[in-house]
Design a protein around this ligand. Structure first.
Ligand SMILES: Cc1cc2nc3c(=O)[nH]c(=O)nc-3n(C[C@H](O)[C@H](O)[C@H](O)COP(=O)(O)OP(=O)(O)OC[C@H]3O[C@@H](n4cnc5c(N)ncnc54)[C@H](O)[C@@H]3O)c2cc1C
Length: 472
């Protein structure tokens, strides 16, 4: 039967497309149903790729703004940003990568069925719109992802009160921007638009910026943001936002109960993402759900045999916080494809998942924060080393930040590594491997770090954990 497959994947984001490729590599006949005009999902089209492209533009502008220090001569005048060119370059990068996924589908003989999929009973997926048809599948993988959601009382109008979906497409730099929420998305846009010239205010309900990070990281980021002229309001709740023709009037309640009034050209709501399950037929086929998320076990099996779910749309439902990250969705896609093909698979250890936030200064972290390690009963040993001391950081003109290691005093095991500063999103890879291999601090000390590199900060932080930093 032409429309009978071993595996049908719903959604071609970083979860779905990776699952499809791995299943095809393992000899399965695979189809992916995707409703967008391009493959790649949130990460490629609205998320990781466009935001990091914009951040690279912001970094380029930062270098040019400091041209005098670099001894680079440019014609008189203040360097600015051409948003037309920024958008053109960003869209070219996005287009190239989505086409790349199309190529990989062809290479792996994966059928892309263009349309919207609905679960319709055992082994059946109905596609509406586009290539409307009914597909038969021995195994179904749901990877429908997430959408930007607001909080009660704040209505997204996509013109004045916007989400990241609109913030990546702005044709002009807003004079002023208020950002609600200081998770990765919020602080990345704060860095982008502050550098481009906006007056930026970031409002966070919890007492500190990037609340999932180690407290020392939050404090360092707040210090840097304030230095860059980003207004930071923590412990503050946005209670009202009214969009008008020229901007948004915002009311926020500060920690001491005071109501603050602000107005801005745009309000960016970055308060988290909800699961995409509307119209999917999930409940109808009997999938167990939790607040709209699909419940899965640690090998991503749903409550219905032969239907798996991965990525932003799932909850593990055992108290584990499931990070909505591209690399998590891809790891889950590979795990499920291999399980379906009969290979041995093991649950993901979420303590070993790196978190990267590409704001300026960048953040890279993995493992337990100091507070979490103490909560779990460890007697902890801490070591930290500032980037500013390193020759390489001085050369790059990026002296901010530090690497902090959280270790277990008893066995010397590295429990967590938290860094803020230049190249942290790259440097964290060494720390991820260290945790995966249950590395001790001693082993990190004995690992020779090349000179002059930013990575020396990791080696020196390990030395510092044993009270023996060489360059402090
Ligand atoms: C602004 C922003 C920046 C981000 N930056 C990063 C980052 O730097 N690093 C990182 O790791 N993560 C980042 N993320 C998160 C990352 O994008 C997501 O975790 C990741 O895309 C989740 O992948 P997924 O496959 O689960 O879902 P998605 O990528 O959301 O893909 C789901 C796909 O399913 C399709 N779909 C949904 N329903 C149907 C249906 N019924 N029929 C057919 N198709 C359907 C959708 O069109 C979509 O293409 C960012 C997110 C945002 C919003």
């Amino acid at each position: 039967m032409a429309n009978a497959y071993d595996v049908v994947v719903i959604g071609a984001g970083t979860g779905g497309y990776v699952a499809a490729i791995r299943a095809a590599q393992l000899g399965k006949k695979v189809a992916v149903v995707e409703k967008q005009k391009a493959l790649g999902g949130t990460c490629l089209i609205w998320g990781c790729i466009p935001t990091k492209a914009l951040l690279e533009h912001a970094h380029a502008l930062k270098v040019v703004q400091n041209a005098k220090e670099w001894g680079v001569t440019i014609p008189a005048g203040t360097p600015g940003i051409d948003m037309g060119q920024v958008q053109t370059r960003k869209d070219k990068i996005v287009g190239g990568l989505t086409k790349g996924v199309e190529y990989l589908f062809k290479k792996n003989k994966i059928d892309w069925i263009k349309g919207t999929a609905r679960l319709a009973g055992k082994g059946t997926v109905v596609v509406t719109e586009g290539d409307a048809q009914e597909l038969q599948a021995a195994e179904i993988i749901v990877a429908t992802g997430s959408y930007a959601r607001s909080v009660p009382g704040i209505e997204i109008d996509r013109t004045r009160i916007i989400t990241s979906d609109e913030a990546i497409h702005l044709k002009a730099v807003p004079k002023s921007l208020v950002i609600m929420g200081s998770g990765a998305v919020g602080v990345e846009f704060a860095s982008i638009y502050r550098r481009f010239g906006s007056e930026v205010t970031i409002i966070e309900l919890l007492p500190r910026l990037v609340p999932v990070e180690d407290e020392a990281i939050s404090a360092e980021l707040e210090k840097s943001f304030k230095k860059q002229g980003i207004a930071v309001m923590t412990g503050t709740k946005v209670t009202k936002a009214v969009a008008g023709a020229k901007g948004v009037d915002i009311e926020a309640q500060t920690p001491d109960g005071e109501t603050k009034k602000l107005s801005a050209e745009l309000l960016l709501v970055a308060t988290g993402r909800g699961p995409v399950t509307t119209g999917l037929g999930a409940e109808e086929v009997g999938l167990a759900m939790d607040r709209g998320y699909i419940k899965v076990d640690e090998l991503y099996r749903t409550s219905v045999p032969n239907i798996s779910a991965i990525g932003d749309v799932v909850t593990l439902g055992n108290g584990t916080v499931h990070p909505q990250l591209a690399h998590v969705s891809s790891a889950e896609g590979i795990l499920v494809a291999e399980r379906i093909a009969g290979l041995e698979v093991k649950p993901i250890n979420f303590d070993h998942v790196p978190g990267c936030t590409y704001c300026d200064p960048e953040i890279g972290s993995v493992g337990l924060t100091e507070a979490e390690a103490k909560k779990r009963g460890y007697e902890v040993r801490i070591g930290s080393f500032p980037f500013g001391v390193l020759g390489r950081a001085k050369m790059a003109g990026e002296p901010e930040g530090f690497v902090k290691i959280v270790a277990d005093k008893r066995y010397d095991e590295v429990l967590g590594v938290h860094m803020i500063g230049p190249r942290s999103t790259e440097l964290v890879a060494e720390a991820v491997l260290a945790l995966r291999l249950e590395c001790t601090v001693e082993e990190l000390i004995k690992t020779i770090h090349a000179h002059p590199t930013f990575a020396e900060a990791v080696g020196e932080a390990a030395h510092a954990t044993h009270g023996a930093a060489i360059h402090l």
